[in-house]
Ligand binder design. Sequence first.
Ligand SMILES: O=c1ccn([C@@H]2O[C@H](COP(=O)(O)O)[C@@H](O)[C@H]2O)c(=O)[nH]1
Length: 282
Amino acid sequence: MSGDPVRLGPRLVAAMQTHGPLCVGVDPHPELLQRWGLPDSGEGLARFCDIVLEAVGGRVAAVKPQSAFFERHGAAGVAVLERLLADLRSAGTISVLDVKRGDIGSTMGAYAEAYLGEGAPLAADAITVTPYLGVGALAPAVELAGASGRGIFVLVLTSNPEAAPVQHAGEPSVARTVLEEVARLNAGAEVTGDVGIVVGATVGDWPRRLGLDLVGAHGIVLAPGVGAQGATAQDLATTFAGVERRVLVPVSRGILGTGPGPERIREAALQLTAELTAKLWT
Ligand SMILES: O=c1ccn([C@@H]2O[C@H](COP(=O)(O)O)[C@@H](O)[C@H]2O)c(=O)[nH]1
């Protein structure tokens, strides 16, 4: 890449302004493949991804493939993921690879090269990372993301109920400590830095109760949990009051359940975009 790359924060903000806050999740669950009449194999995955791409490529702010559903097919699945990421690049759609990596610094460097390195086969625009080996251990990913115009999303308050005993623990809580470290990483960013956060749409008023300064974090908020996990557009508006314009909403089963016809998937995505936009932005 020559010159300074356009950073992920402004790219995502621009994509959301153009397409709205929806990010379509690509989670090829075996049950979904079966319902779509596709085999639970690399071939089935490839067809699944082609349909999703035809339905929403170039029409939504971002697409979030869930790596686990590709990895469960071994090399064949990873090859399909590689192709999906390349196809998203060609379609001009931002990819957020949900891969939840996090390790000691030296190993984190290798993960960063794998997913954020220029020309890496599995390079995405952003990845999800876990902070439980320390936010500081994520430094190689933060550095490479900044240098390559990419980003990371750090888990802060996840959407699953089992997370509370760990993420709410302590005074200040683990979640608040993580968020404060993220805010330091984004310090100086005009609106949004390269380091986003994951806060579930299902968490209710826990950000307020834990004293989380979502505004001061200066990151895009990836908020999973709408649809199959029970959260609604109204929940987003309530939980994220004050940062509504920074919320990127990944929805997978809630949209893919309307498949396999690409037109119906597209219609569901556009309808949900309209609903989210109305609740969050007006
Ligand atoms: O806190 C989190 C972090 C990640 N996820 C992931 O998002 C999708 C949700 O799928 P739906 O079908 O829209 O429920 C899935 O890939 C999760 O691993 C999350 O749900 N919560």
